[in-house]
Design a protein around this ligand. Structure first.
Ligand SMILES: Nc1ncnc2c1ncn2[C@@H]1O[C@H](COP(=O)(O)OP(=O)(O)OP(=O)(O)O)[C@@H](O)[C@H]1O
Length: 259
């Protein structure tokens, strides 16, 4: 993707967003603005609604039969829940990386080429080769796999698989990358690598990450949102949040008193 002009306009604006699973209210009345070209961390105790909020940004909750989303979510001032929005095309613009990497049981090359093929993004084989290489480079994996692009992806290490699924998301030129606990199955070295990569990627993409690790949120995010019982309790610059939280619940959580 080409560099976008930077702007102070938020990438996402959520107003009064609520999500229910049948009768259960998982998120209520969320107002949040997410900046472009930065990392926003979603933190909070288990079950507070982090993953549910993450799925609001690419309409993945639509794929859950009992989930109902209400409120307004604008992406670049367009209502992504509006009648003209195709969720499949939206998800190409808002890529997602999950907790456990799940590459397809195909080659490294085919995994990355999957999206461009599906969306008809390449004009020729050489074009596709270029897109695969570019995505693997951006995901910090090219040097490790360039001589074995035909090997089955499940043969890679878990850390490499996580970067491969990131390359797969990047290959369709997204504007946003959602990450749901992407480091939870990685060892400390692979985690450090992924964090360094996120730092690089944020110069180009809007990144929203769910993490259980407060140390990780503090290291990699620009802003942090603290959720509790489906409510957004506090949202601030990460540094302020961790040094000077305004709500006692935030303070209790970040000092390890609960969660
Ligand atoms: N499909 C579903 N049906 C019913 N309830 C659900 C469903 N998915 C999530 N929930 C409930 O909604 C609440 C929020 O879940 P969510 O997964 O968003 O929390 P989370 O903060 O990401 O949790 P964790 O940190 O444990 O992954 C939880 O109480 C959960 O049990």
């Amino acid at each position: 993707m080409t560099d976008k002009p930077s702007s102070d306009r938020p990438k996402f604006t959520c107003r009064d967003v609520s999500v229910r699973y049948d009768g259960f209210s998982a998120l209520s009345g969320i107002d949040i603005d997410i900046s472009d070209r930065s990392v926003t961390a979603l933190i909070g105790p288990s079950g507070c609604g982090k993953s549910t909020l993450l799925r609001v940004f690419n309409r993945m909750n639509d794929t859950i039969a009992n989930a109902r989303v209400s409120g307004t979510v604008l992406m670049d001032d367009i209502d992504i829940y509006g009648p003209d929005i195709d969720p499949v095309l939206l998800r190409a613009r808002v890529g997602m990386v999950f907790q456990k990497p799940a590459p397809f049981p195909r080659s490294v090359y085919d995994n990355v080429a999957y999206g461009p093929r599906l969306h008809g993004l390449s004009r020729s084989r050489a074009d596709l080769d270029g897109q695969v290489e570019k995505s693997l480079r951006r995901a910090g994996l090219w040097e490790e796999v360039k001589d074995r692009l035909k090997m089955p992806a499940p043969g890679l290490s878990v850390g490499q698989q996580q970067r491969l699924v990131l390359a797969r998301a990047l290959a369709i030129d997204p504007e946003v990358i959602l990450m749901d606990e992407p480091a939870s199955s990685l060892d400390p070295i692979a985690t450090a690598r992924l964090e360094a990569l996120i730092e690089e990627l944020k110069t180009r993409y809007c990144i929203i990450i769910v993490t259980h690790s407060m140390a990780q949120a503090a290291r990699i995010s620009d802003k942090t949102a603290f959720l509790h019982n489906g409510a957004l309790i506090e949202f601030d610059q990460t540094e302020n949040m961790f040094t000077n939280p305004t709500d006692t619940r935030t303070q209790d959580y970040i000092t390890g008193r609960f969660g």
